[in-house]
Ligand binder design. Structure first.
Ligand code: GLU
Length: 486
């Protein structure tokens, strides 16, 4: 009988969620959902030198923002806890002893100095850098004495000296490793804490994990994990190694080339929906090629068995495209709320957005909804809607070969036409109608009037249509802005 699926997301608390880890946690979540299983959060913090204050809290916060939940974990408990590795030392100690007693691991007293020399030696001889197994066969008595003398030690796994280790990956099938390429690696460090390689096996076994989903970069240590399961005589979970996501030039995603944390994307105004859709497409593809994937659809359609193994490419243009798509789908009230923090931030210096009614802000957002790629784009392009004084060069009022004098004369005509429109008729359509009808009747060039009108209203060369802008600004403010030019 198949065991009930138990899958974990096991991040190291770095203080932020890497964009690659977002994909991991989406997949663990989707596997749990699609298999009717349990989703577990485990914090892998055995590397105390990399401890970051508050990292766990900020991780949980960003996971909440994404909408990923867990059934078990440090903040909600569960019967397989603790869910934080640094609190599991007693468990590791017990299994370390068991492994030593079985003769599957050994004490190693080699000092960092000695190991350094050994490596230099190997390098000089062009040998692969590997622990030379000096301590593998120490006598029980010698071990006891050296421990008693206070010598520092690590615990190493005893790897087979010859033969082949065959492991099975759910996506790749069998992968074979030559035993002589495997090192007697460290399981317990000199500070008594386990390495990832030891803790991951102990935890996955003792938490009854059925599926391990992790990055392809862990494949080289896969045989070590499997040998540990064998040493303990435990059944190994299923392993799914996801392909890498590379940048466009084929390298690793790194801070130097741009944003790597989900928090960065959040603050730039990327929507959860877009980040989710974008992330899952790196590693999985829907059967019908319709790449618009919301979480509900994913919960129904996602199957890890269909995941690919060729590397994904981090294509920011695709993310922008998806973000624009989801922005256009938003209900205007919700989009306005999402945009407000960006508007506030941008206007802090010049004006106060609180002065404006919600209705007004909503109209400003609505007019830009089609064009936004990120929420943060709203700030710059709409500043003129909120400013009391527009600062622009009046030379800009002249269209093509016009002089600015002509532009000002044309604006007088626009002013008169606008003035005649009654307040209650002040809509983009009636504004357009009254201006265009007049210009056509007089056979005047439309651009020579609408261009100065746009610049007078916005102080910009590019903006939404001047009729839309005039409607939002209102009659009084529109006339005021045109009058200022005179
Ligand atoms: N702590 C590891 C990481 O952040 C987890 C790998 C695994 O899922 O086993 O990459």
């Amino acid at each position: 009988m198949n065991k009930k699926t138990r899958i974990r997301f096991a991040p190291s608390p770095t203080g932020y969620l890497h964009i690659g880890s977002l994909r991991t946690v989406l997949f663990t979540y989707l596997i749990a959902k699609s298999e009717g299983g349990t989703h577990i959060l485990r914090i892998e913090d055995t590397d105390r030198s990399r401890f970051v204050e508050g990292a766990q809290e900020s991780l949980i916060e960003v996971l909440n923002w994404i909408g990923i939940d867990f059934d078990e974990g440090p903040n909600m408990g569960g019967k397989f806890g603790p869910y934080v590795q640094s609190e599991r030392k007693e468990i590791y100690d017990k299994y370390k002893q068991e492994l030593l007693d079985k003769g599957e691991a050994y004490y190693c007293f080699c000092t960092p100095d000695r190991l350094q020399k050994m490596r230099e030696n190997q390098q000089a001889k062009k040998l692969p850098p590997r622990y030379d197994r000096t301590c593998r066969d120490l006598s029980k008595q010698e071990i006891e004495e050296r421990i008693k003398n206070g010598e520092k030690y690590v615990i190493r796994q005893k790897m087979p000296k010859s033969g082949e280790v065959v492991v099975n990956d759910e996506l790749r099938g069998e992968i074979k490793f030559k035993a002589e390429e495997l090192e007697d690696h460290v399981l317990i460090k000199s500070d008594g804490m386990p390495t990832y390689q030891f803790a991951v096996v102990i935890d996955d076994h003792s938490m009854e994990i059925t599926h391990v989903l992790r990055g392809e970069e862990w494949i080289p240590s896969f045989p070590k994990n499997i040998l540990l399961y064998k040493a303990f005589d435990w059944e190994a979970p299923k392993f799914i190694h996801m392909p890498l996501t590379l940048n466009k030039s084929g390298g690793k995603l790194s801070k130097r080339q741009g944003d790597v944390s989900v928090e960065d994307y959040k603050s730039k105004g990327y929507l959860v929906e877009a980040l989710i859709n974008f992330s899952v497409l790196s590693g999985w593809h829907p059967k019908d090629d319709n790449e618009i994937l919301d979480i509900e659809r994913l919960k129904k359609e996602f199957n890890y068995r269909d995941m690919g193994i060729s590397p994904g490419v981090f294509d920011i243009e695709k993310l922008d495209y998806l973000n624009g798509y989801y922005i256009r789908q938003k209900d205007i009230d919700e989009l306005t709320e999402l945009c407000k923090p960006y508007l506030k931030e941008n206007l802090k210096k010049t004006n106060d957005i609180e002065k404006q009614s919600d209705e007004y802000i909503k109209k400003v957002v609505a007019i830009e909804q089609e064009r936004l790629k990120k929420l943060s784009d709203i700030a710059e392009i709409t500043t003129f809607f909120f400013e009391d004084e527009l600062n622009y060069d009046h030379e800009m009022l002249a269209w093509k070969k016009m002089t600015s004098e002509q532009a000002k004369e044309n604006l007088d005509i626009i002013y008169e036409l606008l003035e005649k429109i009654p307040e209650e008729n002040w809509t983009n359509d009636s504004i357009e109608d009254s201006i265009v009808t007049y210009l056509k009747a007089k056979e005047l060039k439309i651009g020579e009037y609408l261009w100065p009108m746009r610049v007078a209203l916005t102080g910009k060369k590019a903006s939404p249509s001047p009729f839309d802008v005039a409607e939002i600004l209102g009659k009084g403010e529109s006339l005021k802005r045109i009058r200022k030019v005179k």
